[in-house]
Design a protein around this ligand. Structure first.
Ligand code: XMP
Length: 543
């Protein structure tokens, strides 16, 4: 899985080479396996400058295809002295294209150009204080233009720069180490800290300085440009083949479907599967909306019996995800065969998915040794061999970026604000074995949670709000009788990108209404609890 995911990521990044037109003058981020690499790309796109991530091993020709206005060298978990330490082609530093090295990127530049990197006496992790001082330079560094001389920054490194490479000067220090350096004549800049994370004060301004004062990039990138470029790239990729799309009615797959439909028209058929684990009435309502309001060509397949049969007796969350992933592919393959025998006049070679970047990072470890957190079915839960090539046009984007693209595509607000829903659906919110009666109980409780959150005007202000059914019975009393019923946990979280999340401090009256309604209206539930855990260390879903 890991190897094929890495291959796929590389291929995907290469495809973008064709996608990004040279005149956009974007920035290439070369990835050394850092945790924040995609965040760097996203921060650059926030400045309306196109940005694509490429593996650090990309050849000079591959990089040149992008005609980049600048190159960022990302952070990474290695030490430059590790035998397996990731490297770029050193010629990257001689292209005359402005460079910004971040963290490991700074260490690699130093090491490659003749400076010295060594293990720090103490690891710098978390907040630190930066003093901007340009030693031996007549002018202030362009990178630090307009920012105060003292900044709170965010670090995460075990090695640091001991000796500068020839021609470089230090532009900032922490108490512990050289924090930034540059050779302005060669337009090579580097910072030991992470400009891309919010904890670094004025991080965005430093990045803007690099983009607009050093690279002279132009802010030409926009949702419209993304739509145009992606549509062209999909057309090129699919040739005259046909495709199916696994559509769920959520914002990600709907944006992906609308984008691909722009590129392929009637050669795209969307398949919306009722796994039996959707929210209450969701299958019928969503199908109507996709067909009637969005005019998408959608086949609705009610496959709940077969999904439930696959899950009989299964309690392990990862096993649930894998079986659901397998069954999805089986349904798609069957539907593709039917299409092939009927209305499709060409080979169905592609499966479109609305995978986003946070799904990728949490499911597969593409370059580094970071552990898989959960195999989200969009990505990791798919079987190793599937009979389609994947089209995942949103794979590099974060949710709020997808919502913006959806808005530019004219999608109704109702879809744009819809809360994320996991591919395996209620299967990962019903702890333990899945049974039809328990699914119905969970659907009813969940509908009440969402209704009350909407009624309180909070739906669009929170990231997700849902119910979880616990396989725990507890004693209650109703009327004059003792009850021994199920427990519902209510989970409401706020988040920017699902990578971290905090529980929402709901008003007492809202919690009270949710609790009272669930125990009164949902048979078999006698207790309601509110989940007050953040991510990390918990995850948003319970399984
Ligand atoms: P966790 O639980 O990992 O969830 O904090 C992060 C975000 O991802 C969603 N999620 C999934 N999405 N397949 C999906 O397509 C999955 O298996 C899956 N598991 C979690 C979750 O709802 C949250 O928005």
């Amino acid at each position: 899985m890991m190897e094929s995911a890495a291959k796929q990521a590389t291929e995907q990044a290469r495809e973008q080479g064709g996608r990004m037109k040279a005149e956009l003058g974007g920035v290439v981020v070369l990835d050394f396996g850092g945790q924040y690499t995609q965040l760097i790309a996203r921060r650059i796109r926030e400045q309306q400058v196109f940005s694509a991530v490429l593996p650090c091993t990309s050849s000079i020709e591959e990089i040149r295809k992008f005609a980049p206005a600048g190159i960022v060298l990302s952070g990474g978990p290695s030490s430059v002295y590790d035998p397996q330490a990731p490297k770029c082609d050193p010629k990257v530093l001689a292209l005359g294209i402005p460079i910004l090295g971040i963290c490991y990127g700074m260490q690699w530049i130093t090491h490659t150009l003749g400076g010295k990197v060594e293990k720090a006496a103490r690891r710098e992790y978390g907040r630190a204080h930066l003093k901007v001082e340009c030693q031996g330079q007549a002018q202030k560094s362009a990178l630090f233009s307009g920012v105060p001389e003292s900044l709170r920054i965010w670090n995460s490194h075990g090695d640091h720069v001991r000796t500068l490479p020839p021609g470089f000067c230090a532009t900032g220090h922490t108490d512990n180490a050289i924090a930034s350096l540059e050779d302005a004549a060669r337009k090579i800049y580097a910072v030991q800290f992470h400009v891309e994370v919010n904890h670094t004060e004025r991080g965005t301004e430093l990045l803007r300085n690099f983009l607009f004062r050093v690279c002279m990039a132009e802010p030409k990138w926009s949702g419209a440009a993304f739509i145009e470029e992606t549509t062209d790239a999909i057309r090129e990729k699919v040739g005259n083949k046909w495709a199916i799309c696994g559509l769920s009615g959520g914002v990600d797959s709907t944006v992906a479907a609308v984008l691909v439909q722009r590129a392929m028209g009637a050669r795209l058929t969307n398949i919306f599967v009722n796994t039996g684990m959707l929210r209450k009435n969701e299958f019928e309502q969503t199908l109507e909306m996709l067909r009637d309001r969005l005019k998408l060509h959608v086949i609705g397949v009610d496959a709940s019996d077969r999904f439930l049969a696959q899950l009989k007796g299964v309690t392990d969350p990862e096993e649930k995800r894998k079986r659901i992933g397998r069954e999805f592919i089986a349904v798609f393959a069957e539907e593709a065969q039917k299409l092939q025998a009927g209305e499709a006049h060409g080979e169905i070679g592609f499966l479109v998915q609305g995978t986003l970047y946070p799904d990728v990072i949490e499911s597969v470890s593409v370059k580094g040794p970071s552990a898989t957190i959960k195999t989200h079915h969009n990505v990791g839960g798919l079987p190793e061999k599937i009979p389609f090539a994947l089209i995942e046009p949103l794979r590099d984007l974060f949710k709020d970026e997808v919502r913006r693209i959806g808005k530019d595509l004219g999608l109704p607000q109702e879809i744009l604000v819809k809360h994320p829903f996991p591919g395996p659906g209620l299967a990962v919110r019903l702890l333990g074995e899945i049974t039809r009666p328990h699914l119905a109980t969970l659907q009813d409780a969940d509908a009440i949670v969402v209704e009350e959150i909407r009624r309180a005007g909070l739906y669009e202000r929170v990231w997700q709000a849902f119910a979880v059914l616990l396989p725990v019975r507890s004693v209650g009393v109703m009327g004059d009788g003792r009850t021994y019923g199920l427990t519902v946990a209510v989970r409401v979280v706020e988040s920017d990108d699902a990578m971290t999340a905090d529980w929402v401090r709901l008003p007492g009256e809202v919690l009270e209404r949710i609790s009272t309604r669930i125990v009164n209206e949902v048979a078999g539930v006698t207790r309601v609890v509110y989940d007050i855990s953040s991510k990390p260390p918990s995850t948003i879903e319970w399984e």
